[in-house]
Design a protein around this ligand. Structure first.
Ligand code: NAD
Ligand code: IPM
Ligand code: MN
Length: 368
């Protein structure tokens, strides 16, 4: 078998970030041995760890390691320890967003998967989701309110204080995220729902028009629907499986994906791939792979965080940035087997017995 070496950066970040990253790397080491892959990764500080050890959230040395890699495996950053810093210097705005922008990671794919056996962990009544949930959120990640300029706070002549964020989208940005959404829809049921607020927002009017024209022209086989974001938030809870793939702008996707995560059991289960516009040295998309949730300061240090989102993010990295479907599917199957077999961290145990981060991982490795 050909020997493949995987070159990636490991940025664990803060609070539960390093706890779940350690476990994800254990799973990856194990899968790599089975598949005859060599891991060539470099770990670096990011977020609060970057601030504490290098004076800034995204140290130059860390960015350099990322630039020399084919992918980034990311934990999560931020938390109370750095919340008193000026907002622009805090880990989220000074590390994660710049990384997304620097590598033009515009396509964020978040798989909303609830195994039927786990339906008790969902806040939805089990009869609404007899077969679990299987949907995909495609979130635009480098546009909209997060990055639009101006973005500032000023004191007005009358002494009042005014802050402004700018929501801006270009047609070309909408078209490229539609490409991602179309590819996802084609690999599933040829169904796509575009979520916007076209009854109010100018950017959403452009979004809806672009989606309508672009899908008609490039993927007429896809059944495209449109939904306002407030209705989408409601429909997700009412009947999540009416969606198959949905695509939306940056902030709507941020909010809807946390909602999707919890109806799928827990934020601790939601992995994500943020794919870039450029190709890595393998001719595949450069990407950043991270749990959709944050640093969970409330449970950090206790050894109880759910490592599944981080482990499933490893699987997404293997699939998208390394083209290694077999070990990716294998890791996903091992997570499913461990969890449905009854080994569960507290967030998905729904009152039953629970295990810690390490024992959860042990069970996953045993099922690999
Ligand atoms: P959070 O996602 O960290 O936590 C929300 C809730 O979900 C908490 O109760 C937490 O315990 C739980 N949770 C999250 N991940 C879990 C896991 N793996 N296992 C078990 N439970 C889990 O959101 P928050 O509390 O709003 O934010 C905390 C910090 O994380 C903030 O500084 C925020 O900005 C940051 N954050 C970072 C990222 C990232 O780096 N990608 C993402 C989201 C939030
Ligand atoms: C996410 C997070 C980030 C976002 C924050 C930490 C900047 O919530 O990845 O969903 O809002 O995109
Ligand atoms: Mn979020």
């Amino acid at each position: 078998m050909a020997h493949t070496s995987l070159k990636f950066a490991v940025l664990a970040g803060d609070y539960i970030g390093p706890e779940v990253m350690t476990q994800a790397l254990r799973v990856l080491e194990h899968a790599a041995k089975q598949e005859n892959l060599t891991l060539d990764y470099k770990a670096a500080d990011v977020g609060g760890a970057g601030i504490d050890n290098h004076g800034k959230a995204l140290p130059d040395s860390t960015l350099k390691i990322c630039e020399q890699s084919d992918a980034i495996l990311f934990g999560s950053v931020g938390g109370p320890k750095w919340e008193k810093l000026p907002p622009k210097e805090q880990p989220e705005r000074a590390a994660l967003l710049p990384l997304r922008k620097h590598f033009t990671l515009f396509a964020n794919i978040r798989p909303g998967l609830l195994y039927p056996e786990l339906s008790g962990a969902s806040p939805l009544k089990s009869e609404r989701i007899p077969n679990g949930i299987d949907i995909v959120c495609i979130r635009e990640l480098t546009g909209g309110l997060y990055f639009g300029l101006p973005k500032e706070t000023t004191t007005l002549a009358n002494g009042d204080i005014q802050s402004v964020d700018t929501m801006v989208y270009r047609k070309s940005e909408i078209e490229r995220i539609l490409d991602t959404a179309i590819a996802a829809a084609k690999s599933r049921k040829n169904k796509l729902c575009s979520v916007d607020k076209a009854n109010v927002l100018e950017t959403s009017v452009l979004w809806r028009k672009t989606a309508t024209e672009y899908v008609a022209k490039h993927a007429p086989e896809i059944q495209l629907s449109h939904m306002y974001v407030d209705n989408a938030a409601m429909q997700l809870v009412r009947d999540p499986n009416q969606f198959d793939v949905f695509v939306t702008e940056n902030m709507f996707g941020d909010i809807l994906s946390d909602e999707m995560a919890v109806i799928c059991g827990s934020l601790g289960m939601l992995s994500s791939a943020s794919l870039g516009a450029s190709k890595n040295s393998r001719g595949l998309p450069f990407g950043l792979f991270e749990p959709a949730g944050g640093t969970a300061p409330d449970i950090a240090g206790k050894g109880i965080a759910n490592p599944c989102a981080q482990i499933l993010s490893v699987a997404l990295m293997l699939r998208y940035s390394f083209g290694l479907e077999k070990p990716a599917a294998r890791i996903e199957a091992a997570v499913k087997k461990a969890v449905t077999g009854g080994t569960r961290t507290g967030d998905i145990a729904f009152g039953g017995a629970s295990v810690g981060t390490q024992a959860m991982t042990d069970a996953i490795i045993a099922n690999l």
